[in-house]
Design a protein around this ligand. Structure first.
Ligand SMILES: [Zn+2]
Length: 114
């Protein structure tokens, strides 16, 4: 995946609610290790869901926020076709997200040239 995406962290109430600390991650398929999404993780803790509004790449997944949740397909690895997560609305914040299956992905912190 492109290593030179134009990038700045999204700063909003969700980020503030998690302590204002963010990292950029490559979220990878645990089975074949290909990169699934580039993702902004706010705050500490495990990665249990992927909020659509924090997905930066690839383009087709970064645009999911605009879709109705019932039109969003399962999150699949394009390379090995493994199903990694299922779309839902995180009720507490009314945010659209993928609920990740346990141990479906691995995360790697991207280095930022800031
Ligand atoms: Zn895979």
């Amino acid at each position: 995946m492109d290593n030179k995406i134009n990038f700045s962290f999204k700063k909003d109430k969700y980020k503030s609610a998690r302590g204002g600390y963010s990292r950029l991650l490559n979220v990878c398929c645990r089975k074949c290790e290909s990169v699934i999404v580039v993702y902004q993780k706010d705050g500490p803790g495990n990665l249990r869901r992927l909020y659509f509004d924090r997905i930066f790449a690839p383009e087709n997944l970064a645009g999911l926020q605009a879709l109705s949740i019932k039109n969003v397909p399962e999150l699949k690895c394009k390379k090995c076709n493994r199903v990694l997560g299922t779309p839902y609305v995180f009720e507490k914040e009314k945010r659209k997200a993928f609920r990740l299956y346990q141990d479906a992905v691995i995360k790697r912190v991207r280095k930022l040239s800031e």
